[in-house]
Design a protein around this ligand. Sequence first.
Ligand code: HH2
Length: 286
Amino acid sequence: MGLLNPADPGFSLMGVVNVTPDSFSDGGRFLDADAAIAHGRRLAREGADVLDVGGESTRPKGKVYGEGALPVSEDEELRRVLPVVERLAASGATVSIDTVKPGVARAALEAGARVVNDVSAFRSAPEMAGVVAEAGADCCLMHMLGDPRTMQADPRYDDVVSDVKAFLEERVAFAVSEGVPEERILLDPGIGFGKTLEHNLELLRRLDELVAIGRPVVVGTSRKSFLGAITGREVGQRLPGTIATNVLALERGATVFRVHEVSPVRDALKVALATVRPGWRATTTT
Ligand code: HH2
C-alpha cells in the first residue's frame, strides 16, 4: 500500500526514521546506518506503509528544546541518509525522503525513494518542484511559519486554519505550474511548525477545512511538545496523546499519519476507521 492508492479507502502510516544526532524525540538513537535500517525494517513489519527517512532535524528553537536544530551541510545529510534509503528501498519498503535540499532529494530518489517530504513546501529551494516532477515522485508539502530557528518565536495568524489553507492552496498551484501532477501531492498543516498550543488544537479541530482542498492530508503530531504541554508528559510518554490526536484527525478526514510508534497507532486507527466507516473492517485482512 502506498501513500496515494485511490483504491484504498483506509489510511496510511508514515514511520519516522531519523538519522540525526539532534531530533527532538529520538536524536542520536539511529545515527548509525545499521541501527536506522533495523529500526525502519521493524516499523515496516509493524505496518508502516512508508518509511520517512530524515537526516536534518527541524527541532525548534525555544524554551522547550533550547537552541534548536543546527543546519546540516548537503554532504553530511547525504552521508547520513543515502545508505539508509538505499537499503530500505532495496528491502521492498516505500521510502520517503524528509529534506528541503534538492540535491539530497535527487540522490535519494535515484537510490529508490518514491516520495519527497519537504517541510518548506518547495520554498527553501523552488527547484525542488522540478526534481519531484522529473522523477515522477509523490511529494508532501507542509506549512511552516518562518524556519525552525524562528518559527516558535511569536507565531501569529489572522485565522490559523484559513491562513494555512491559503498557503497550501498556493503551494499546490506552484507545484502544478512546475510540472508536478496534482495527483502526486499530499498536504500537511505542519503541527508544531510555527504554531502555539491553541493553533495546533484549532488546526486539528478544523482539519476538515484542509481536507476540503481535495488532496490527502498528512498529520504529524507524534510526541510533539503540545502534547507534553497538555499532559505534562516527557517526550517518550506521549503515545496516548499521539493516538488521541491521530484518531481525531482521521475522523476529520486525514488519511496519512506520520508517527514514531507504528503498531499501537495502527491498531487505534483501525478501530477508529471501522467505527466511522462501517464496512471498512470487512475489507481488511488482519
Ligand atoms: N514533523 C517533523 C519532521 N518532519 N514532516 C511532515 N510532513 N510533517 C510533520 O509534522 C513533520 C515532518 C518533526 O518530527 P521529527 O522528525 O520526529 O523530529 P526532528 O525534525 O527533530 O527530526
